[in-house]
Design a protein. Structure first.
Length: 331
């Protein structure tokens, strides 16, 4: 198992403190088909149910990732990332995050006995800050939003390993487990559609790599807020628009680093990128709440996107997966 540069193909050991190739290329992961991944560090069950709901007579299958141990889908990536780093003897890490990834990595780091520092944007949800602190992680708040937190982390790593859910391919490797789980839950078959709220794209890419291994792709539909939609703009060759605040805090990423990989995944699957209004996201969140399902606002973006496409009609044989990315208890 090793990293390699997607541009020049230079190899790097997993333990390297470099998070980019010297040529500036992003890392990808090389892992042999039967190579065993490290395991053993856990904070709970990693399986989530598919919950069917009907909205205006249309059925959607909700993947209840909001019920994972720290309340978000990021636990799948954190599990693989922290287990591998721990097996390599790494005991000090840093990460930047808008909240969910920071909390998840901090929790698994605590279980592994690692020292963890989380750089967050000023204005991050107080609930997420409290959760990160509860795991004993150090918190550093940075100006400049999500971009500023990333910049601060990279400039102040010291001797810490940069355990980034964006730059480190081990995180997306962990997300592949979700694809296999969906495949098994559907009786060893692949759904027709998966709608995903997308910021940095870790869920999208992890699911894509997993279904590539399975041998068949669903159509991936990425959903972004109209207020911050860089993937939508790139996918449709549109001029960038000014980015403003959105209630979908977790996907307010102005410049996703793996944008080209995301576009490739979506196009290869025959999928699409949608934008929804913040009012549609809020309405979808309320709808879920009135069904007894409490999710953070970003989670509802995926359902808003699915309802935009299938709100009035859907072929009966289409199975539409909507991952619930985070718990409403997280703010």
């Amino acid at each position: 198992m090793y990293f390699y540069c997607e541009k020049c193909k230079k190899n790097y050991p997993i333990s390297s403190h470099a998070f980019l190739c010297e040529c500036g290329g992003l890392f990808r992961l090389n892992i042999a088909p039967n190579e065993e991944k490290a395991s053993g560090i856990t904070i709970g069950n990693m399986h989530t149910d598919l919950l069917p709901i009907k909205v205006n007579g249309i059925e959607y299958l909700l993947k209840t990732e909001n019920l994972l141990p720290t309340g978000s889908f990021k636990d799948r990536g954190s599990y693989t990332l922290i287990n591998e780093l721990h097996a390599l003897g790494i005991r000090k890490i840093a990460i930047d995050s808008s909240g969910n990834a920071g909390a998840s990595v901090a929790a698994y780091a605590a279980a592994a006995g690692m020292e963890c520092t989380v750089f967050v944007p000023k204005g991050t949800s107080p609930d997420k800050i409290r959760q990160i602190k509860a795991y004993g992680a150090h918190i550093i708040e940075a100006e400049g939003g999500r971009t500023g937190a990333c910049k601060a982390a990279k400039e102040n790593l010291g001797d810490a390993y940069y355990a980034s859910h964006v730059y480190n391919p081990l995180f997306a490797e962990g997300m592949k487990a979700m694809a296999y789980e969906i495949y098994e839950q559907l009786g060893q078959s692949v759904p027709e559609y998966i709608f995903i709220p997308v910021g940095n794209g870790t869920m999208l890419l992890g699911l894509y790599y997993g279904f590539v291994e399975i041998g068949r792709l669903p159509r991936f539909v990425a959903v972004q807020s109209r207020n911050c939609a860089p993937l939508y703009e790139a996918f449709n060759n549109l001029a960038p628009e000014p980015k403003t605040e959105t209630i979908a805090e977790s996907i307010r990423i102005e410049d996703p680093k793996r944008k080209e990989q995301m576009i490739e995944a979506i196009k290869n699957s025959g999928g699409d990128v949608l934008i929804v209004e913040d009012s549609d996201i809020e309405a979808a969140k309320d709808l879920l709440g009135h069904r007894g399902i409490y999710v953070e606002t970003t989670s509802a973006a995926a359902l808003a996107g699915a309802m935009m496409i299938f709100g009035e009609a859907k072929p009966d044989n289409y199975r539409v997966i909507v991952p619930l990315t985070g718990s409403g208890l997280k703010g």
